[in-house]
Design a protein around this ligand. Structure first.
Ligand code: HEC
Length: 120
């Protein structure tokens, strides 16, 4: 194979890989791959990573915080400390092709992990 072919192949693969193929929008997959590390496998929280528990929150509460973390709201106007870190994560997830949908993610968290959900 000629060098130029090899280069073209690499370019093609590179473009292909960054063309949206890697997009993930299944909220459960995203949670397990990206969020569980800090918030726990069952959203029970992870003190080591300082991720708070999310398994006691209502869908509405979760949705508002996730929107806020995505920068859609500005309830928490500060850009310092832990909140800033989280916001940064969500932005870098988006760049990696993980599409977080606030309402869907909140429902997933609530119905999978909140003991309250079992009563409805
Ligand atoms: C690197 C660790 C880390 C990762 C990864 C992470 N979080 Fe967080 N998260 C935190 C920390 C620390 C806080 C608390 C401080 C803050 O508000 O940012 C937090 C706060 C939150 C809150 C608000 C909780 C509250 O009590 O107000 C929600 C909701 C949340 N994260 C959802 C997610 C989701 C969804 C993902 C995956 C897409 C995720 N987090 C990934 C560390 C993380």
């Amino acid at each position: 194979m000629k060098i130029s072919n090899l280069v073209a192949t690499f370019l093609f693969v590179g473009v292909f890989a960054s063309s949206g193929l890697a997009v993930e929008s299944n909220q459960e997959v995203i949670y397990n791959n990206k969020c569980a590390e800090c918030h726990g496998l069952t959203a029970e929280g992870n003190p080591v990573k300082k991720g708070p528990a999310l398994n006691h929150k209502s869908i509405g509460d979760l949705q508002i915080t996730i929107l806020d973390l995505q920068g859609e709201l500005s309830i928490n106007g500060d850009s310092s400390g832990d909140h800033y870190k989280m916001e940064h994560n969500i932005k870098s997830f988006a760049k990696e092709g993980y599409i977080i949908k606030p309402l869907e993610m909140s429902k997933f968290l609530y119905y999978s992990f909140n003991p309250e959900a079992a009563r409805h």
